[in-house]
Design a protein around this ligand. Structure first.
Ligand code: SF4
Length: 408
């Protein structure tokens, strides 16, 4: 896979060495067991896959190159480049201004832009409407477009099934930048509707079966269907695509469920189902899949607790938290600063969108065993900072070379 020129302060010598070693030992990516860092009284197991993905490294490389290539120009990002507060703060410190927040709220009016400005499109992509508006001002969006190729792949998949006259059901978070962008691209070529979870999929099935009044659909799915969506005919042939960072098991369950509903409604057989339900397979990206599989592998190991590192608004990170929470006490933190002491940690409860201080998060007896992973937009340097802080509570000091000796 291509390597990117990402600022060195995002890297961690320890974690880079571990990742390199694991890659050499498992070229076919078959072993999803975690990496054990045995510090004696503290045992840390690092997920086999975590941290910056292809799309994030690509976006960061383009962002810093944009700054270098455009001295004296105003440089804007449509919204957060990726969902990591440190990376976004670094970009701001280089003079990059954000036009919108994560939820599409305008921070700087588009009317303030001129053809002389540089506007970058974030890794999530953007809507056709915004792209058109920027081009209308005279801003060339192609040059500094950081849209991840795996997001574009979903758009291409939507377009392909739209050409075969299927409507598009998008499994995603309706307000997430990527889902808004995918919705816009899908709706440009076919009727489209967003379902956030299984509850909404079950509700949509009520309209497929025809046992819910059509008028209710427009109320229930307000803001989630394309203009002109006709409930009387636009659910007769469907295909499911998803936001690239959803939970793989959720997307699979929703897709299987809707497929079954189509089979029942239209009396289909395995041979005829493709005529009503497009086989899109899932459109999760490789990083989401690898990180989620690695968490499952990590959870097979014995542990007292799990720490998941990432931006609080990061969708892929929250799904890693969800997986860990099913098995053991889990703390969602954005950096080592969340670890206040040996006794207190600031945990972000993403279900209720609030931080709280949790006491006695570390057990009193040793060895303490901790699982650690991070989201696709989290720099490895942050994870190393967390390992070092935790090790400090057990009077452990180490160098990357010390730890690498465990693997040789
Ligand atoms: S998580 Fe996947 S889709 Fe999102 S930026 Fe990374 S590689 Fe691209």
């Amino acid at each position: 896979m291509k390597s990117f020129d990402v600022p060195v302060f995002y890297r961690s010598p320890l974690i880079s060495a571990i990742k390199k070693k694991r890659k050499e030992m498992d070229k076919m990516k078959k072993d999803f067991s975690p990496t054990l860092l045995d510090f004696g009284p503290l045992r840390i197991r690092l997920a086999r896959h975590f941290g910056f993905c292809y799309g994030v490294e690509n976006a960061i490389e383009i962002a810093f190159r944009t700054v270098a290539e455009n001295p004296g120009k105003r440089i804007f990002l449509l919204s957060e480049m990726i969902h990591n507060p440190q990376v976004n703060a670094d970009l701001r410190s280089h003079g990059i201004q954000f036009l919108q927040d994560t939820y599409g709220k305008q921070l700087i009016p588009f009317a303030d832009l001129t053809a002389e400005d540089v506007v970058m499109i974030p890794a999530f992509g953007t809507t056709l409407e915004i792209e058109k508006m920027l081009n209308g001002i005279g801003i060339q969006t192609e040059k500094y477009n950081t849209t991840c190729p795996f997001v574009e792949k979903v758009w291409n998949r939507s377009e392909a099934i739209a050409k075969k006259e299927y409507s598009i059901v998008i499994h995603g978070k309706p307000k997430h930048e990527e889902t808004r962008a995918t919705f816009s691209h899908a709706a440009g070529s076919a009727p489209a509707v967003v379902v956030e979870d299984m509850r909404q999929a079950e509700s949509l099935a009520g309209y497929i079966r025809g046992d819910k009044p059509a008028s209710l659909f427009y109320e229930e799915f307000a803001g989630q269907y394309s203009n002109g969506f006709d409930i009387s005919k636009d659910l007769e042939r469907i295909g499911v695509v998803n936001q690239t960072t959803m939970l793989a098991s959720d997307t699979q369950a929703i897709s299987d469920f809707l497929r079954q509903e189509m089979v029942k409604k239209f009396g289909l057989t395995e041979a005829s189902v493709a005529g009503r339900f497009a086989d899109t397979r899932d459109t999760l990206c490789y990083a989401t899949l690898d990180n989620q599989t690695a968490v499952s592998g990590m959870l097979d190991a014995p542990a007292d607790l799990a720490i998941v590192v990432g931006g609080y608004n990061s969708s892929n990170t929250s799904h890693l938290v969800e997986l860990c929470e099913e098995k053991l006490p889990t703390y969602f933190i954005s950096s080592a600063d969340n670890i206040l002491s040996r006794d207190e940690i600031i945990h972000y409860d993403f279900h209720h969108k609030m931080e709280s201080v949790i006491r006695n998060y570390l057990p009193g007896t040793t060895p303490v065993s901790i699982l650690i992973t991070s989201g696709a937009s989290c720099p490895d340097a942050l994870v190393e900072g967390i390992i070092r802080k935790l090790a400090g509570y057990f009077d452990v000091e180490f160098t990357a070379d010390d730890m690498m000796e465990q693997f040789t």
